[in-house]
Design a protein around this ligand. Structure first.
Ligand code: C5P
Length: 235
């Protein structure tokens, strides 16, 4: 199918702490930047898909170095500058693809380097079946508690029907572009994922099974665990 990919990588990664390699999407796991691994997955899955990588203006050299370490052809990759929030960065990526006659788009966090082909196939299958918005998610396994202001537990939140959202989230291109433009025009700027913008715009979001291994690297420990996972010999 006619599908573009947007990789958002304009964040500063402050929760992971500062590091000489730069923000967490440029930290090395198994010897290569996180974003090189993220790109590998998409380049391998859809070698002809146009890819837009959204970066911070300060990170041009870091990205150029990371692109040299992608496994496979990266000939379809364009680079644009993002904004102060993830939402603004995604919109910059969508605007860069507008007019290119793209039917569907996959939107991926650069800091999720473990998207596997079966997951991408499931997301694509839901689009092919007619969904305009697709969210990979995993059922919450832990018991959930809401904290009170005193630091004690205020209540137990029933976890039935609760899912943790992942990326890539996938959309009919014009539908998500319109929803993002509307959200920006309406001054809505605190959406942390694109499915939430689709929900806000009244677009039904289809849930598909995510992958437990498709973790987001947020904290320093996540980067260390990802490095160990890739570097460790298979059991
Ligand atoms: O900050 P958070 O962990 O939610 O970021 C998720 C993804 O969004 C990361 O890949 C990050 O680089 C990206 N992002 C962005 N522009 C921002 C903030 C985050 O592209 N202003």
């Amino acid at each position: 199918i006619n599908c573009g990919v947007i990789i958002v990588a304009a964040g500063r990664g402050e929760r992971a702490g500062s590091h000489p390699d730069g923000p967490k999407q440029y930290r090395r796991i198994a010897g290569r930047p996180v974003i090189s691994h993220t790109l590998d997955a998409f380049v391998k899955w859809a070698p002809d898909a146009p890819i837009v990588v959204v970066i911070h203006a300060d990170d041009r050299d870091l990205l150029a170095a990371a692109l040299l370490q992608v496994n496979g052809s990266s000939g379809n990759i364009r680079v644009v500058t993002g904004g102060a929030s993830r939402q603004q960065s995604v919109l910059a990526g969508l605007e860069a693809m507008a007019g290119a006659d793209i039917e569907h788009v996959l939107i991926q966090d650069a800091v999720r380097p473990f998207a596997d082909p079966a997951l991408l196939d499931r997301v694509e299958a839901a689009l092919a079946a007619g969904a305009r918005a697709v969210l990979p998610a995993v059922a919450v396994a832990d018991t959930l508690k809401r904290a009170g202001i005193d630091g004690d537990v205020a209540e137990t939140v029933p976890r039935a029907g609760l899912f943790a959202a992942q990326t890539p989230q996938a959309f009919h291109f014009q539908t998500i572009l319109d929803a993002h433009r509307q959200a920006a025009a309406g001054g809505q700027s605190d959406f942390t994922d694109d499915a939430a913008i689709a929900e806000w715009a009244g677009v039904p979001v289809r849930l598909v099974e995510g992958a437990v291994g498709n973790v987001k690297l947020t904290l320093q420990k996540d980067i260390i665990m990802a490095d160990e996972r890739l570097s460790a010999p298979l059991p």
